[in-house]
Design a protein around this ligand. Sequence first.
Ligand SMILES: NC(=O)c1ccc[n+]([C@@H]2O[C@H](COP(=O)([O-])OP(=O)(O)OC[C@H]3O[C@@H](n4cnc5c(N)ncnc54)[C@H](O)[C@@H]3O)[C@@H](O)[C@H]2O)c1
Length: 256
Amino acid sequence: MKIHEFEKGLSDRVAIITGAAIGNGRAFCERLAEEGAKIVIADIADASETVEAVRAIGGEAIALTVDCSDQISVAEMVKTVMDMYGRIDILVHNVGMYDEEPFELISFNQWKKMLDINLNSMFLVVQAVLPFMKQDSFGRIIMMSSNTVWLGTPYLTHYATAKMGVIGFTRSLAAEVGRYGITVNAISVGLTATQRPINEKRATSGTILQHILPEQAIRRADEPEDIANVVAFLSLPASGIITGQTINVDGGAARH
Ligand SMILES: NC(=O)c1ccc[n+]([C@@H]2O[C@H](COP(=O)([O-])OP(=O)(O)OC[C@H]3O[C@@H](n4cnc5c(N)ncnc54)[C@H](O)[C@@H]3O)[C@@H](O)[C@H]2O)c1
């Protein structure tokens, strides 16, 4: 195939973006809609503001209320998408949970919840969409990891364990499904401007800021749009030769 023969944009493609009620996920929806994709938002929270944002730029979007860590909820979501559109071309699995805690204070329940939201949800959603991508011999699966897995940032043993799991999953699945025209990639996201100070009262508050920003070659936090541009590239037919990769989008923090 010559470069000029690559399909341009994502017209008529259907993209599921999980965890897109707010934050980075909303930017992914807007960016993929700009490329022409029909957007399905799968979030446990109300995502109507993201739907409005996509429609405001002339895109098409629906929001489904889904608990991505629940198998039945995920199965219902995928059935709804197939009934409505008859295809699933792109999955951006953006659902994630972040928490800072010194290792010795992490309860077993906290540990299990971290793995549930970051890893089990990924297993469930990817396994549910894969048969439909195989059926069409095309698929783009994009996962969110974190540059903290390379940096060894403290107080994140539970989070870093889950996000390193995303990378192992990505490499292994990519090797399995490449023959069906499906690519599987991860983005190792750096400190992003969406990040809210969820642990304001904790002694560890500000850990990420203190440890990561001084390490960056480009000393500003990621904007959601920085990551959305990479999501768009990895979604396009033209990126079909790239799979099993984890791309650092982090201002060069993880360059050592
Ligand atoms: N923001 C950062 O600095 C940063 C850095 C590295 C990696 N990441 C990763 O990027 C992704 C997005 O980050 P963010 O900061 O935009 O997240 P966020 O916390 O702002 O948004 C997460 C979304 O996921 C939804 N969600 C949570 N649990 C869910 C479930 N069980 N089912 C369905 N939806 C659920 C929430 O309602 C929310 O809309 C996450 O995977 C995160 O770990 C973020």
